[in-house]
Write a protein that binds this ligand. Structure first.
Ligand code: UDP
Ligand code: MN
Length: 258
């Protein structure tokens, strides 16, 4: 049978959250054998996300893990100051190791792990590319790092370096959206996780370092020549008119979930 793809998505409450999760869930509906692990950055599971998941038609696991206050980006902080989604991704890894630990070597360990932020754009094709992951698969990511795309550079079927605009000397200068890991490798390395204290740009490396070497990376998407995932970012909606109307008691009905 097709290996299951475990897609890990950190998410947090904000005006665009339902729109992001709707777009994502409807992409995932086109992918067979996908198990969505959604980890809310909140002190409890929210009704909005619970409802959306229940109605989604997807196989899913719903978790929550609140980011510690001192680790959280504050309003007005530049977005590069602190990594986002770290504790949520680690919570999902913990769940996988706990839940999939039974039957070592058995069928339940057949799978692929992918970290999919809620605001990116995913082609259904990228999931078929990653499904054959033995250890760690890699591919280009569009619209990231101030570049049209960043990508592993492949020569003779092997990754030999990275096309990136910034610090190519990092162990794995890749975006979160640009790699997948086999479930077996995740389970065989119970200590591997994301280090929230890692210097800027080293979050992906902090996880991958203990798992693979550059030599072992499996290039996908036609030897990393095709962009099948984009690091899109959603504009924060302006609520000027909403606030003005609210002041007159004419704001949008708060009972309507947006
Ligand atoms: N995220 C989160 N808590 C936060 C901020 C972000 O769980 O306080 C999630 C967000 O929903 C996304 C991931 O972490 O799935 C990465 O965040 P974002 O897209 O803002 O990061 P960027 O694209 O700017 O690196
Ligand atoms: Mn993002």
């Amino acid at each position: 049978s097709l290996p299951t793809i475990y897609v890990i998505t950190p998410t947090y409450a904000r005006l665009v959250q339902k729109a992001e999760l709707t777009r994502l869930s409807q992409t995932f509906l086109h992918v067979p054998n996908l198990h969505w692990i959604v980890v809310e950055d909140s002190p409890h599971k929210t009704p909005l996300v619970s409802d959306l998941l229940f109605k989604s038609g997807l196989t899913y696991t719903h978790l929550h893990m609140l980011t510690a206050k001192d680790r959280k980006l504050q309003e007005g902080d530049p977005s590069w100051l602190k990594p986002r989604g770290v504790e949520q991704r680690n919570e999902a890894l913990r769940w996988l190791r706990e839940d999939r630990r039974v039957q070592p070597g058995g069928d339940r360990q057949q799978g692929v792990v992918y970290f999919a932020d809620d605001d990116n754009t995913y082609s259904v094709q990228i999931f078929e590319e990653m499904r054959s992951t033995q250890r760690v698969s890699v591919w280009p990511v569009g619209l990231v790092g101030g570049m049209k795309f960043e990508s592993p550079v492949v020569e003779g079927g092997k990754v030999v370096r990275f096309h990136t605009g910034w610090r190519p000397s990092r162990p794995f200068p890749m975006d979160m959206a640009g790699f997948s890991v086999s479930l077996k490798l995740v389970l065989a390395n119970p200590e591997a996780c994301f280090d929230g204290e890692a210097p800027m740009g080293f979050l992906e490396s902090s996880f991958l370092q203990g798992l693979v070497t550059m030599d072992e990376l499996e290039p996908k998407a036609d030897n990393c020549s095709k962009v099948l995932v984009w690091h899109t970012r959603t504009e924060k909606p302006k609520m000027k008119r909403e606030e003005a109307l609210q002041a007159q008691g004419l704001g949008s009905d708060p009972a309507v979930e947006v």
